[in-house]
Design a protein around this ligand. Structure first.
Ligand SMILES: [Zn+2]
Length: 413
């Protein structure tokens, strides 16, 4: 933002004594300093680093990670897991070929972590945890994740955002605390990366509905954790609904296992966005470019603020409802199941109620959720059934510390 203000100051200095046409050219140059043509929509977005600089910086982060893995004796890529690495390369190549950055040489990196995670640092690598490869059911789902990660770099989301947090988490330095606003800003980036990534999937011949299936499964397993922590991604249920919508929209471009022969033109114009003709420098294009940048940044800022308010309001609603729920009884019909009965004292009629359970086992905190069927009225009782997480039995539960929480609930409109 600071550099953007500097550019405005430069513009002020320029505007003194020139003809309108010259000013417009000057404007265009200023706009080129602070922005680059958005590779997806043709609109301009704020960006300061040139692509070469982005690649150098982004790749440097990944090389740091690789050096650290080596130092600590962990294997990467084929040495870590040959079949999973070749599977990754195969799916990656198909997606990358139909992406907006197919002219660059990219490569995936497989690292030895058991978590469900993949990330990009804005250069020409994407880093994938082995745990993600093992948990994803099929190549369509893997394509959804890879498409999403490439899209973050294509849409220029990367620099101040996830890469720093991700890299510091892995490289071991302290990660910055995230405020609600920053989390909300990331929400918008996540939605955009989902949209672009799902289009890539369809164009490369992978099922564009696979992304929504991943989020459906995450919702079943984890709920939304609405009030548990600030979200830097859309919550699972929302993400499922949004990715399903996008998946349906781009489905006409998809033939299983086949690259769409029109993929190059579809990257520019498709059901999700149209790349408009932009005016040239000297014909009002300069002004348009600069206004586009300032306005785009303003709109993004406003959207992020709105999203932050919406998330906060919903989290507060969930916390308030939580105080009106009372656990009346619980029982374990078998070793892996916990049945609970609740009473909801007062408040609006609720739907999509999910109850969560946090269990402390040694160092680890394990989480289970129970999805409540149908609607819950004030003054009524309802049942919630938990399937206990891996490594915990109902018998053990009695001697462990646990806490129930309201994961999510929506008022019936
Ligand atoms: Zn993302």
């Amino acid at each position: 933002m600071k550099r953007f203000l500097l550019a405005l100051a430069a513009l002020w200095a320029l505007s003194g004594c020139q003809t309108l046409q010259q000013i417009d050219k000057g404007l265009y140059q200023v706009a080129d300093v602070v922005s680059e043509e958005d590779r997806v929509t043709g609109q301009r977005s704020l960006s300061f680093a040139g692509r070469a600089e982005q690649i150098a910086k982004g790749n440097q982060y990944v090389e740091q990670i690789l050096a650290k893995e080596k130092k600590e004796g962990r294997k990467v890529d084929a040495a870590l897991n040959r079949p999973q690495y070749y599977r990754l390369v195969r799916v990656f190549d198909r997606i990358h070929t139909v992406s907006h950055l197919s002219n660059e040489r990219w490569q995936p990196v497989l690292i030895d972590r058991d978590s469900f995670n993949a990330f990009t640092t804005g250069g020409t690598y994407i880093v994938v945890h082995l745990g993600l490869m093992e948990q994803l059911k099929n190549d369509d789902e893997l394509a959804a994740v890879i498409g999403h990660e490439i899209a973050h770099t294509v849409a220029n989301h990367v620099f101040e955002r996830q890469s720093h947090a991700q890299v510091s988490a892995i490289a071991g330095s302290k990660s910055a605390r995230k405020g609600a606003y920053q989390a909300a800003f990331t929400h918008e980036s996540e939605r955009e990366a989902d949209r672009i990534g799902i289009l890539y999937s369809a164009l490369a011949g992978f099922d564009p509905l696979a992304a929504s299936r991943i989020w459906a499964r995450q919702y079943t397993l984890q709920g939304n954790a609405r009030a548990l922590f600030a979200h830097d991604h859309p919550v699972n249920a929302e993400r499922q609904a949004e990715t399903a919508k996008v998946g349906q929209a781009v489905k006409p471009y998809y033939a299983p296992g086949e690259r769409n022969p029109q993929y190059a033109s579809l990257l520019k114009n498709n059901v999700l966005w149209q790349q408009g003709e932009s005016a040239q420098a000297g014909e009002g294009g300069g002004l348009q470019a600069l206004l586009g940048t300032a306005f785009g940044a303003y709109v993004q800022h406003e959207q992020a603020k709105q999203e932050a308010r919406r998330q906060q309001a919903h989290a507060n609603f969930v916390k308030a409802i939580e105080t009106r729920l009372k656990l009346e009884q619980s029982s374990a019909p078998d070793a892996k199941t916990l049945d609970t009965q609740w009473r909801y004292s007062d408040g609006p009629r609720l739907t999509q109620v999910v109850i969560g359970l946090l269990i402390q086992k040694g160092e680890k905190v394990l989480r289970a959720v129970a999805h409540v069927d149908g609607e819950v009225r004030a003054g009524s009782r309802f049942q919630a059934r938990f399937t206990l997480p891996e490594g915990i039995t109902a018998q053990e539960l009695k001697s462990l510390e646990g806490r129930f929480y309201l994961d999510d609930a929506l008022p019936v409109q």
